[in-house]
Design a protein around this ligand. Structure first.
Ligand code: NDP
Length: 481
């Protein structure tokens, strides 16, 4: 059985405590590797390595930093097949999805920020003939990057790449539930010649490793993606130390479908926006609102197609849904189906664990589930389920659906289907979310600001926003006379 190692000061090392955590393959429900059960001593080693590397790395010309990050990007692409299989085995997602989305996107993250830093400029403000101000944008120091299990390498690299490109050194922690591709990345960083100590990856539990990163006095900024409660805990620890915080948190996104939409496109895309990655994408549309005049037709067409989505072996190219990430997560998702029934909902399809044949019978599979008949403000419609479960509800007017859409504590993404341009712009302006997709979903331009409002987060990732976060502006004022 493979035993993963931490990546500290350029080397793959055992955790100081020499203890390990079981790592499950959710597709078969079996332990298949061991992960370091690191603690604050490992975080301390990693932080000291990063601090030591910082003066040289931060002063390395951007072009040289860029070159080594591009090399990492190329190595990810070269290892696409291997990384996609590893991601699927760790997370349960279909291999085809990992090949199409997760791994190419991880390569793009490195490439995008490696080249982006070459174009990142700061401002200057001339005060006529009195003075000139210009701002320097310096890296902050050691950045703490903590990421979740749903898009493991994709989200891990989305933080690490801009942090490194802008000259910081990093102490990073992937989710202990899906550590494999972060481990493989550490091997690729060694192969690419990333100087030692620039990136350090410490595996282990959130309450030990994550908490030690958040509390470390020599880590002045934390970039976190994960659940809202964990984000609140990190903010509680980090705020009194005045750390810079970027928090990308949960979502409960509305998918609003008007009668004048491009029907087939809305229907097809809603299958994806509901169930891609088993519904475990923070951007999935988990509350579907359909205009009353097409509600019955859409509901029937949608559930007919959902029933045909194949659930099972993630390696099988026919599988649209693989396994959810863990047994506790499967139990949590299914408990929401029970809650929905208690709240008066009717399950139109799914709502149960799927047991595929053979070795997959013990995996954590859930049939894609559609529920109707719920109040827009019941718990099922207000709390994040983060699995292959959507609710579907009719609405009569734009005013009414705006209330439905904006009711939750979350505000990450909204999806809108209409051919009415005026309405689309009006609603986009009034929806409480950081991202609005009109007549599409998950169409991503890495230059755009990414993040949520309300309890979905603080700050933005993406484009130059990420460089703004990972650097500190310093204004220099020169008097001319
Ligand atoms: P968690 O909040 O449970 O965990 C996220 C990361 O934080 C993990 O690495 C976890 O470690 C770590 N962690 C846990 N406790 C602490 C702590 N006290 N201090 C520091 N770090 C800690 O989220 P999940 O992994 O369950 O991911 C799912 C959540 O992520 C969903 O709510 C989803 O909406 C959100 N998400 C948001 C996105 C966005 O861009 N807004 C994108 C993707 C997901 P460990 O796993 O070891 O517990």
């Amino acid at each position: 059985m493979q035993t993963l190692k931490n990546y500290i000061n350029g080397e793959l090392v055992e955790p100081i405590g020499k203890t390990y955590i079981d790592n499950y393959n959710p597709a078969i429900g079996k332990v298949y590797s061991l992960i370091p059960d690191s603690d604050e001593r490992d975080v301390e080693l990693a932080t000291q390595a990063a601090l030591k590397a910082f003066p040289v790395w931060s002063n390395t010309p951007k072009g040289e930093r860029s070159a080594v990050l591009i090399k990492i990007s190329e190595l990810i692409t070269k290892n696409l097949e291997r990384l996609a299989i590893a991601e699927s085995m760790d997370n349960g997602k279909p291999v085809a999805l990992a090949k199409l989305v997760d791994i190419p996107r991880a390569a793009s993250n490195f490439h995008f920020y490696a080249t982006g830093i070459l174009h990142y400029a700061s401002q200057s403000y001339a005060m006529e003939d009195t003075a000139i101000n210009y701002s320097l944008r310096n890296p902050v120091g050691v950045a703490g990057c903590i990421s979740p299990w749903n898009l493991p390498l994709y989200l891990f690299t989305w933080k690490i790449a801009p942090a490194l490109a802008s000259g910081n050194c990093v102490v990073a922690k992937p989710s202990e539930i899906t550590p494999m591709t972060a481990f493989l990345l550490s091997e690729l960083c060694i192969e690419a010649g990333l100087p030692k100590g620039v990136l350090n990856i410490v595996h282990g539990y959130g309450h030990k490793v994550g908490a030690a990163i958040s509390a470390h006095p020599q880590i002045p900024l934390i970039s976190f993606t994960g659940g809202t409660n964990t984000g609140a805990e990190i903010a509680r620890v980090a705020a009194p130390m005045f750390k810079k915080l970027s928090l990308e948190l949960g979502g409960k996104n509305p998918n609003i479908i008007f009668a004048d939409c491009d029907y087939e496109n809305a229907l097809k895309t809603t299958l994806n926006s509901s169930f891609a990655n088993q519904g475990q994408i923070c951007l999935c549309g988990s509350r579907i609102f359909v205009e009353k005049s097409i509600y019955e037709k859409f509901k029937k067409d949608f559930t007919d197609r959902v029933k045909k989505m194949k659930v099972g072996n993630p390696v099988d190219p026919e599988s649209r849904l693989g396994a959810v990430v863990s047994k506790p997560h499967m139990d949590k998702v299914l408990s929401y189906v029970e809650l929905a029934k208690q709240e008066g909902g009717t399950v139109l399809c799914g709502g149960y664990q799927v047991k595929p044949e053979g070795e997959f019978a013990n995996g954590y599979y859930i049939a894609p589930t559609v529920i109707q008949g719920l109040a827009y403000n019941c718990r099922t419609n207000m709390e994040e389920i983060f699995g292959p479960v959507v609710t579907i509800m009719p609405f009569e007017t734009e005013e009414e659906v705006m209330i439905f859409a904006n009711i939750t504590q979350y505000g990450l993404a909204s999806i809108l289907w209409t051919e009415n341009l005026t309405r689309a712009h009006r609603m986009a302006n009034n929806l409480h979310s950081g991202i609005v997709w009109i007549n599409c979903w998950l169409l991503r331009d890495l230059r755009t600001p990414f993040g949520g409002v309300k309890n979905s987060g603080v700050g933005r990732e993406g484009g130059f926003e990420a460089f703004d976060f990972f650097t500190e502006p310093k204004n220099v004022c020169i008097k001319l006379k």
